[in-house]
Design a protein around this ligand. Sequence first.
Ligand SMILES: [Zn+2]
Length: 244
Amino acid sequence: MKHIRYLLSLTLILGMLSSCKEKKPQAPWEQERPGSKQSSHVADDAPAQDTKKREDIYTVTRVVDGDTFVAEKDGTSVRVRLVGVDTPESVHPDKEVEHYALEASDFLKETLMGEEVYFTFDQNNAATNHIDRYGRLLVYAHRMRDGLLINTHLIKEGYGYAYLKYPFEHMEEYLDHQRVAREAGKGLWKETNASAATKVEYWFNTGSNKYHLKSCRYTKESSLPIPLVDALANGLEPCKVCKP
Ligand SMILES: [Zn+2]
């Protein structure tokens, strides 16, 4: 009884308080979302909060595989490919399912299905209007409710690799996340033998599919270091000149 009386008086007080200030009517997109700004649980990958207009927000309707999904806005669907990350192949018609492909795809489903997202873009893809040759929109995808950046989330949790085939602004940062995930034995790195392959370091040039010794004539000041395991994961081949 005491409990109920307490609740009743609390309700009364709250009611009086709220009637004091006039509330302006709000459009739905101006209302605060549960778990957004005021939430104390903000993901590590959350960028500085910026206000997104309603028209920039998509809803994820289908996950195709670990790095590709379909999102919808105002009844229009767009197929989306995450920039700078590659996950093992699960739906390629001519290939067997690669190790960890289904896990990566499931992980993306858990993270994104039905979620609202907004996109940011990489200037390296500006020339093609951020569309790849398969007609997919190339994006950094952020989960609306907590700002989680999906691209790095996949790498940090060990469900994808930093994708080195095409240049992107955060390549070195993504390689760092990958190294941390690998050293922690996360996800697809669980069964990796953390010996030779991760310690031996080679060099590569963005946009090339070869890896080199430090002493190779193709290794330049702009070349990036890469452990062998990452080079192989990205399908890089040994240079024929320096034969690493
Ligand atoms: Zn070489």
